[in-house]
Design a protein around this ligand. Structure first.
Ligand code: VGL
Ligand code: ZN
Length: 209
C-alpha cells in the first residue's frame, strides 16, 4: 500500500540529544528512529525539523520553581504545565540534533520554546494555543496539504503538532515506527486515542517505500 506524498511535508520533531538515551529528558529508544527518519528525509521533497530551544530560565524547568519535582504538574496562565528536568537549553550539546540525523536534508528548522514564560510542545502553536511559530504560513506558501509526522516524543511534541495540523486544515499522518514516547502516567495511550479521534492517520514507514 503506497501513500501519495505529493503536496506532503515531512515533519521531524525534536530529534535532539536530550531526548535520546543519556540525555536530560531521555526517551526510551529515542535514537532508534534515526536511520528510518534519515530514509524519509531523502524521500520527501519538503522536510522540516523542529528543535526544542529553551533559555536557561525557562518556566517549564522544575529547577526554576521553588521545591518542585520534575514531572509534577503546575498551573501556568495558559493552563496545566508539566515541570520537566532542565533540557534542550539553547546552544547546549543537549539541544543539538542527534549526531546521526541527516539534518542538512531539511529545508527549514523551526525552533520553539524560546520564550521564558511559555512552553511550546507543538511545531505550530505555543502552549497557549494562540501564539504561532510561523510553520503554518510556511507550509501554505509552499502548497503543502499533508503533514507526515515523526520524532520525539509521540505523546508530547509529536501529539500536539499532529492535532494542530488537523486543526489548521492539513491532513496529518503519524509514522508510528518513527516516533518514541515519554509515557507519563498513560500519556501515550491517551495521545494515540485523541489523535485517532481527531482524524490523524497512523501508518508505518514502509508505506513510503
Ligand atoms: C518535549 C517535553 C518537554 C517533546 C519537549 O519534544 O516532546 N517534551 N519539551
Ligand atoms: Zn521542552
Amino acid at each position: 500500500m503506497g501513500v501519495n506524498i505529493d503536496n506532503a511535508a515531512l515533519l521531524v520533531i525534536d530529534v535532539q540529544n536530550d531526548f535520546c538515551p543519556g540525555g536530560a529528558l531521555e526517551v526510551a529508544d529515542g535514537h532508534a528512529i534515526v536511520p528510518t527518519v534519515n530514509d524519509l528525509l531523502e524521500k520527501f521533497e519538503i522536510c522540516i525539523l523542529t528543535q526544542d530551544w529553551h533559555p536557561d530560565e525557562h518556566s517549564s524547568f522544575a529547577d526554576n520553581h521553588d521545591s518542585a519535582t520534575p514531572f509534577s504538574l503546575t498551573k501556568m496562565h495558559y493552563g496545566d504545565q508539566v515541570l520537566w528536568p532542565k533540557h534542550c537549553v539553547r546552544g547546549s550539546q543537549g539541544a543539538d540534533f542527534h549526531p546521526d540525523l541527516v539534518a542538512h536534508g531539511a529545508d527549514l528548522v523551526i525552533r520553539k520554546g524560546f520564550r521564558p514564560g511559555i512552553d511550546s510542545y507543538s511545531a505550530f502553536f505555543e502552549n497557549d494555543k494562540t501564539t504561532q511559530t510561523g510553520l503554518a504560513g510556511y507550509l501554505r506558501e509552499r502548497g503543502v496539504e499533508q503533514v507526515v509526522l515523526t520524532g520525539l516524543a509521540t505523546d508530547f511534541c509529536v501529539y500536539y503538532s499532529a492535532l494542530d495540523a488537523k486543526r489548521l486544515g492539513f491532513e496529518a499522518m503519524l509514522v508510528t515506527d518513527c516516533c518514541r514516547a515519554i509515557d507519563l502516567e498513560g500519556s501515550l495511550a491517551a495521545a494515540m486515542e485523541d489523535m485517532d479521534r481527531n482524524g490523524v492517520r497512523f501508518v508505518t514507514s514502509d508505506v513510503f517505500s
